[in-house]
Write a protein that binds this ligand. Structure first.
Ligand SMILES: [Zn+2]
Length: 78
């Protein structure tokens, strides 16, 4: 589970919750940088602004094959 400490300084509740409901396949193009959660094993990983495609989950790809990702914390520019 993602953790935080200074919540009021770093986290803001979004008014676009739909981006957190989308499921992303390996190889698709990330629309937002941030922390994503593997829907197979729950592993959390960072997709940064340089990432051109969602990678396979490094925690479960060897065991389970294809996985999907969901956005957990969206990084912003402001
Ligand atoms: Zn996984």
């Amino acid at each position: 589970m993602a953790k935080y400490y200074f919540v009021t300084d770093v986290l803001e509740k979004t008014d676009t919750p739909s981006v957190f409901k989308d499921v992303h396949k390996i190889g698709s193009i990330p629309a937002y940088p941030g922390i994503y959660k593997c829907q197979s094993c729950g592993y959390e990983d960072v997709i940064n602004r340089e990432c051109e495609k969602f990678p396979p989950c490094s925690n479960c790809s060897a065991k389970k094959g294809a996985n999907t990702w969901k956005l957990l914390v969206q990084a912003t520019d402001d």
